[in-house]
Design a protein around this ligand. Structure first.
Ligand code: IMP
Ligand code: MG
Length: 183
């Protein structure tokens, strides 16, 4: 759906579909340059990273392997629980592999900081992080992120894979949610 379909629920659109596509192409180009001559596995974090993964993978002009993990760190609301649990592990043995974790947003950093050390313990050749969005003011755990689409203010955002109670993931754009939606 488009922002117009849920305009009453949005305070404003942060990034349009076109802006997102352009930025993801740039990120893919950066990654492609850095991994030239190396095999690459990108790991998407379900469910939010589905859109970023799909668009980023198709932006590459090279082969790339894709795998998925599902972790729980959030309840159904807008606050982090701080607890990370693996709900679905990788199907791939990553030892000796170059891995880029792809996520849609880093908020407190709890999820990705935990995930990075978890994947690093499996003896990969390398592990880096690519995220479309990052909220620097919300960061509680240091996370070394190599590829960032945009740094955004500490506001709750939805769309392009990002949900509020499982809604708005299929919104093409990214926007901030109006307070009346969660009050
Ligand atoms: P973190 O562990 O706090 O960095 O965030 C982990 C996950 O929380 C992200 O991958 C998202 O799935 C979710 N999340 C964080 N901020 C937002 C937001 O503004 N909107 C929707 N989901 C969010
Ligand atoms: Mg996520």
């Amino acid at each position: 759906m488009d922002a117009a379909d849920v305009s009453d629920d949005l305070l404003h659109v942060l990034y349009t579909e076109a802006q997102i596509q352009d930025r993801i192409k740039e990120m893919a180009a950066d990654i492609e340059r850095d991994y030239e001559g190396k095999e690459l596995l990108i790991v998407g974090i379900l469910r939010g990273a589905v859109m970023v993964m799909a668009d980023m993978a198709r932006s590459f002009h090279r082969h790339v392997e894709m795998d998925w993990m599902a972790v729980s760190s959030y309840g159904s609301g807008t606050k982090s629980s701080g607890v990370v649990r693996i709900l679905k592990d990788l199907d791939t043995d990553i030892s000796g592999r170059h891995v880029v974790i792809v996520d849609e947003i880093i908020d407190t950093g709890l999820t990705l900081s935990w995930l990075t050390s978890n994947l690093s313990s499996r003896n990969p050749a390398s592990v880096e992080i690519a995220t479309l969005l990052r909220k620097p003011e919300a960061l509680q755990m240091p996370v070394d992120v190599k590829y960032v689409g945009w740094d955004i203010p500490n506001e709750f955002v939805v769309g392009y894979g990002l949900d509020y109670r499982e809604r708005y993931r299929n919104l093409r754009d990214i926007g901030t949610l109006a307070p009346h939606v969660y009050s």
